[in-house]
Design a protein around this ligand. Structure first.
Ligand SMILES: C[S@@+](CC[C@H](N)C(=O)[O-])C[C@H]1O[C@@H](n2cnc3c(N)ncnc32)[C@H](O)[C@@H]1O
Length: 248
């Protein structure tokens, strides 16, 4: 596929393993198989979780503070954390085990390999918090939040779903403020160029804390899919409007 070919050359991450603690290694060795989704093929989350419940994704979950907090606070939802950074995912697995979470699964790989496994309109909410900012002009093509990525997210998001973003990078926010109004399929629920209030349940993450220490302003966004009626729906609307007009 075109996006895969493009993505193989331009990745949104650099695999820096950093230090993996003994506890993270233990969690990865012993618990990853229990939490990890299948590496290929379409995913049926009713079977994966053994129940039907709204599905939420966190993309680039880092150390997993947000996914863990949401999964614990909203046991009625299912959560999938997607992250390429092994120590971060090991950290989340430890949080999940301590909190005895049963409504969490993970994918330790590039989100671009996970999205094609998800059925259209199967996801209720998507979180992308503090994506790598790639501030240098020559690196900005690596930013995750680009036209193509929004198009892929729209396909899997339920028509009443929401996409939640946050960044502490002024340059990323400027990029989003320019990009979002030009996305025909998405609507910024706060209005063009405006930012959303912080989600109450969103805990500070490692990267947010770092941004705040550097006195960066945090900007949140909430986007919805813009509704485009199909030709059939549009003609039905038209017909019922005519009928109503004729009746009145
Ligand atoms: C700046 S960190 C923020 C992590 C976390 N959300 C936080 O606020 O602390 C961005 C994360 O996105 C992950 N990431 C970037 N591109 C990714 C991709 N294509 N697939 C999965 N994870 C990705 C990186 O590994 C990194 O951990």
């Amino acid at each position: 596929m075109l996006h895969e070919a493009h993505h193989r050359q331009v990745r949104s991450f650099v695999r820096r393993e950093g230090r993996t603690t003994a506890a993270q290694l233990r969690a990865l060795d012993s618990c990853l198989p229990r939490f990890e989704i299948a590496a290929a093929g379409p995913l049926n989350f009713d079977l994966v979780f053994g129940r039907r419940a709204p599905l939420y994704l966190e993309i680039g979950s880092g150390n997993g503070e947000c996914t863990k907090a949401f999964a614990e606070r909203y046991p009625e939802n299912n959560y999938l954390a997607i992250e390429v950074h092994r120590p971060g995912l090991g950290h989340l697995l430890n949080l999940a085990i301590d909190a005895k979470l049963t409504n969490l699964r993970v994918a330790l790989r590039d989100v671009y390999t996970v999205l094609p496994q998800l059925a259209p309109e199967s996801v209720t909410g998507i979180y992308v918090f503090f994506p790598d900012p790639w501030p240098k002009t020559r690196h900005q093509k690596r930013r995750l939040l680009q036209n193509q990525f929004f198009a892929e997210l729209r396909t899997i998001l339920h028509r009443h779903g929401r996409l939640y973003l946050a960044t502490d990078s002024a340059s990323y926010a400027a990029h989003l403020d320019e990009l979002i109004p030009n996305l025909n399929d998405w609507e910024n629920l706060s209005g063009t160029g405006l930012h959303a209030p912080r989600l109450k349940a969103r805990p500070p993450t490692k990267f947010e804390t770092r941004g705040l220490a550097a006195q960066h302003l945090i900007r949140d966004y909430v986007l919805a899919r813009r509704a485009h009626p199909t030709a059939a729906e549009a003609s039905n609307l038209f017909t019922s409007a005519n009928l109503n007009a004729a009746r009145s």
